[in-house]
Design a binder for this molecule. Sequence first.
Ligand SMILES: [Zn+2]
Length: 225
Amino acid sequence: MTARQQFHWKGLHVPFIAPWSEEKPLPYKVIKRVGPDGVEGIGYADEVSSADRRDGNLWVRWPALRGRGKPRLADIHPLRQRQAMSHMLCMVCAASTFNDEFRQWGGKHLFIGRAVDGRPIRDGERTDTPPVCLPCAVEAAEACPHLVKGHTAALVERAEPWGVAGIVYDPRTLRPIPTRNKNGLTDVAFEDPTLRWTLAARDVVTLHGCTPVNLADLATPSVAA
Ligand SMILES: [Zn+2]
């Protein structure tokens, strides 16, 4: 795999999944449509491209203009998030996390998140945060404004596809149904019929075989080696 271009901004390594100011969602119109299997759901009025769907689910349209304008570090580019999650790429540098550490750790990926009440990442936990490679995790824990306040890390055996997070449309009014979530997105499982009325913006997985780890401990052996 070829190394992807890395971007820095004011001393921060800009994560692969962070959107840039020139990357704004494209205008769209949602309509009711009957799918190939005869089930109703939403579609784009001008839907033509197979790029609008993944596994039959409608996805938001965003341009890919990485590095243009300013990075929006608190936000997530839906399509790069999906790319990182589906291929288990590091969310910061976009390198595969099927790497030397993965093998060293007995076939596990590293996941980090902001510590919520200091609790560790638990088995079966749902997340839209892709994995991270060890050097990027160490760097992020020190530099990322979201993580310096406290983070939690785990080695994870499997990230299983669970569903998407997206904007759910009311089947009668075709208006977005309000959500209390800060990012405006609702988690919808793949088997939930609501999925047909959801405009996906994140790939959501569940984490299994989780072992909580301390990043500093994890990083020490490889530094000494
Ligand atoms: Zn990385």
